[in-house]
Design a protein around this ligand. Structure first.
Ligand SMILES: NC(=O)C1=CN([C@@H]2O[C@H](COP(=O)(O)OP(=O)(O)OC[C@H]3O[C@@H](n4cnc5c(N)ncnc54)[C@H](OP(=O)(O)O)[C@@H]3O)[C@@H](O)[C@H]2O)C=CC1
Ligand SMILES: O=C(O)[C@@H]1CCC=N1
Length: 278
């Protein structure tokens, strides 16, 4: 299949967790030439050197060099650093560049306002499994986006996992659900590891059992047409081991806490967007 990223210069504003996940996934998938990846950060020169050494990409603090002839600009800084970072790049940005904003809490209207021109903006919320080509990404086309821009963005994120296109109104929920999901899952794994250890199992034995159970369960749910509730009820023998455990989960409102957590995350995403877009 034709590689839509061939010969495209991709410039990253931000060299942190999610930027590295994307770079790792793109290079592992041989989608882009490291020669055409450029990256900067705020001031952590040691971090930039580490990224350059590990991935053989280009690093610079010269925004003009970073952005000259860039086809795709990936905004990967934290919301609190967004405005300053945009002020620094604005003079070197052009309307024919596609902006993929991973700062998914900030509206495309605000991004366009800071750019001061009509470059296409697509809000994207990947997650850290992008590093191994397993991201769950939500894409929300923003301002001045043409079909070709969506095709390129979809191609890029599809190559490092799965992509779902949503509206800008939905991206806050996607950020809280999918962007944060790896943290929720690792938190669950940690709890199950601790349970194993509390019951006298070796830490590594607990981890191996829990992680493989998660891998198996995700593969099973992906290949099954059954309802999720059916899949967990199939495990439960009446008055058995699992049912006894579920009584405690229900007593501690396990599902309610997850639902409320993701709702709060969605709220927080909207709050940050509103605060920063003033
Ligand atoms: N982490 C995740 O799983 C996900 C994160 N996101 C979003 O991605 C964005 C980045 O998150 P994450 O990677 O975790 O954050 P990190 O803190 O790991 O990385 C942020 C990066 O932005 C850089 N930066 C700060 N100010 C500037 C500036 N003025 N110019 C250029 N670069 C700058 C930092 O540089 P320095 O180190 O020098 O300060 C750092 O490299 C956030 O908006 C987050 O909401 C979205 C989905 C998932
Ligand atoms: O926690 C955060 O704000 C970012 C967005 C989703 C994952 N990390």
């Amino acid at each position: 299949m034709f590689n839509m990223l061939t010969n495209k210069k991709i410039s990253f504003i931000g060299a942190g967790t999610i930027a590295e996940s994307l770079i790792s996934g793109l290079l592992k998938g041989k989608l882009v030439d490291p020669e055409l990846i450029w990256i900067t950060n705020n001031r952590n020169a040691e971090r930039l050197q580490k990224i350059q050494k590990k991935y053989d990409v280009n690093v610079t603090y010269d925004r003009k060099v970073l952005l000259s002839n860039a086809n795709i600009v990936i905004l990967a800084m934290k919301p609190k650093n967004f405005t300053k970072a945009m002020e620094e790049i604005k003079p070197y940005t052009y309307e024919n560049q596609l902006f993929l904003s991973l700062v998914s809490v900030i509206s495309s209207v605000f991004v366009s306002k800071l750019l001061g021109h009509k470059a296409p903006i697509i809000r994207a919320c990947p997650n850290t499994p992008a590093a191994i080509g397993e991201s769950a990404t939500g894409l929300a086309p923003g301002n001045y986006v043409k079909n070709r821009d969506i095709l390129i963005a979809t191609y890029l994120f599809d190559a490092i996992g799965s992509v779902t296109t949503v509206t800008e109104k939905e991206i806050d929920a996607v950020t809280a659900l999918a962007g944060s999901a790896p943290a929720y899952i690792f938190y669950l794994i940690e709890a199950m590891e601790k349970a194993g250890e509390a019951l006298g199992l070796e830490k590594e034995v607990s981890k191996q059992l829990v992680v493989q159970s998660l891998i198996g369960s995700t593969h099973l749910i992906k290949s099954s047409s059954e309802e999720t509730s059916t899949l967990y009820k199939q495990v439960m023998s009446p008055q058995g081991v699992t049912e006894a455990g579920f009584e405690i989960l229900k007593q501690y409102k396990f599902q309610e806490s997850i639902i409320e957590g993701i709702k709060r995350g969605t709220e927080r995403s909207r709050e940050i967007g509103e605060i920063l877009s003033k």
